[in-house]
Design a protein around this ligand. Structure first.
Ligand code: NAP
Length: 353
């Protein structure tokens, strides 16, 4: 068993609830010794953490699909790591795992959490550590079940995806192509649009930053017969513009609304919702955790696509725990290009300063 006394666990805790975009004052940097695992528990050295737009919601007070992070608590984060001490027969030292590890360098996981299902083993033959945070992780699961269960795409249909170059968007678009759809992305800037069309094989992409009528003009061009499935990651004006071009019996998947998460005013709701009536369309939300018992099915299929090269993944890696506050904001400025990951230790366990 690793000598835990040699380690200090650096952590980032929620110091205050942000108004608007989070900044340095919302975080407290602390450190404490790494303790041996409790009976039935394990200690994990975190290798890479998943930075997600949802973190902004977890910083708010109030009811949601998950409890807010309490002031003073280590910030919640998914992550991948390696077991370095175990008092649990299901986990051996050296095992790679994925789960709710928190924004810190080491996670002490009690037996109760293990019984509740976190962390789980990951197999690095199926994908890299970073792919386990992306296509094989929470964003991939969201894309898989959101598109297939809620969107129910049929071959030949036109599928439009906002946040197309991001973590969820990449998987959705490539899966929709595999299902025989015409796939149009919406992303910020030429580089991201080139990525989704040239590297990921989307049929078209609309750069929403190209001008005030970019989405409307782009949809006229790429979705002249209407949008059958809209996978919405951003909300706001883009949602309204796509609603205005729905096809009959369209499905709109409300996955997220990243354009609204830092609002200081109430969330902007859709003005064009009557398009649902006119087009006999429906709009439905998805919360990925509802599908937890079916993750293994999705992982097996997506890992197969990664192996065959039919699905590619792109991650944007930031390094070092202390960069967390600035790294997180990249999700809201569009500076991340691919799934945003914070690597806190090298794969061999060497800590990143
Ligand atoms: P991501 O797309 O990798 O990163 C966020 C991207 O959002 C940015 O790169 C940026 O891309 C775009 N963006 C930021 N501000 C924007 C704005 N004002 N208008 C338009 N686009 C903006 O993030 P992700 O992890 O894949 O998450 C995508 C969405 O899925 C989020 O809304 C997230 O909350 C949601 N989600 C939901 C679930 C669920 O269970 N419902 C699970 C996971 C994720 P551009 O450069 O293209 O602007």
């Amino acid at each position: 068993m690793t000598d835990l006394a040699q380690y200090t666990n650096r952590q980032i805790r929620l110091a205050s609830r942000p108004v608007g975009r989070p900044n340095a004052s919302n975080w407290q940097h602390t450190s404490e010794p790494v303790q041996p695992p409790e009976p039935g528990g394990i200690v994990v050295q975190n290798l890479s953490l998943s930075l997600d737009p949802a973190m902004r919601g977890w910083m708010n007070e109030g009811k949601s699909y998950i409890a807010p992070v309490a002031i003073g608590d280590v910030m919640r984060a998914g992550g991948v790591g390696r077991v370095i001490a175990s008092q649990n027969p299901r986990f051996a030292v050296g095992d790679h795992v994925s789960g709710a590890l928190g924004v810190q360098e080491f996670a002490s996981i009690p037996e109760s959490a293990i019984k509740a299902g976190t962390p789980t083993h990951i197999d690095l033959k199926q994908g890299t550590l970073n792919q386990w945070l992306n296509v094989l992780g929470m964003p991939g699961m969201t894309g898989y079940f959101g598109l297939l269960d809620v969107g129910q795409p049929k071959p030949g249909e036109t599928v439009v995806i906002s946040g197309a170059a991001g973590a969820v968007g990449q998987t959705v678009g490539q899966l929709a192509k595999i299902k025989g759809c015409r796939v149009i992305g919406i992303a910020g800037g030429k580089a991201k649009c080139d990525f989704v069309t040239k590297d990921l094989g989307f049929d078209g992409c609309i750069d929403y930053k190209a001008g005030p009528s970019a989405i409307r003009d782009g949809l006229k061009l790429h979705a002249g017969n209407g949008v059958d499935v809209y996978f919405d990651n951003v909300g706001g004006d883009i949602l309204d513009d796509v609603l205005a071009r729905l096809a009959r019996k369209a499905r709109v998947i409300i996955c997220g609304a990243v354009s609204q998460y830092n609002n200081t005013e109430p969330v902007q709701g859709p003005k064009n919702y009557l398009s649902l009536l006119v087009n006999r369309a429906r709009m439905e939300g998805i919360v990925v955790f509802d599908y937890a018992d079916r993750y293994p099915i999705a992982v097996a299929e997506l890992a197969g696509h990664l192996r065959s090269g039919r699905i590619k993944s792109r991650e944007h890696v930031e390094r070092g725990l202390s960069t967390f506050p600035t790294a997180l904001t990249k999700l809201f400025t569009g500076e991340n290009f691919g799934k945003l990951v914070l690597q806190v230790a090298e794969d061999d366990g060497t800590r990143i300063p």
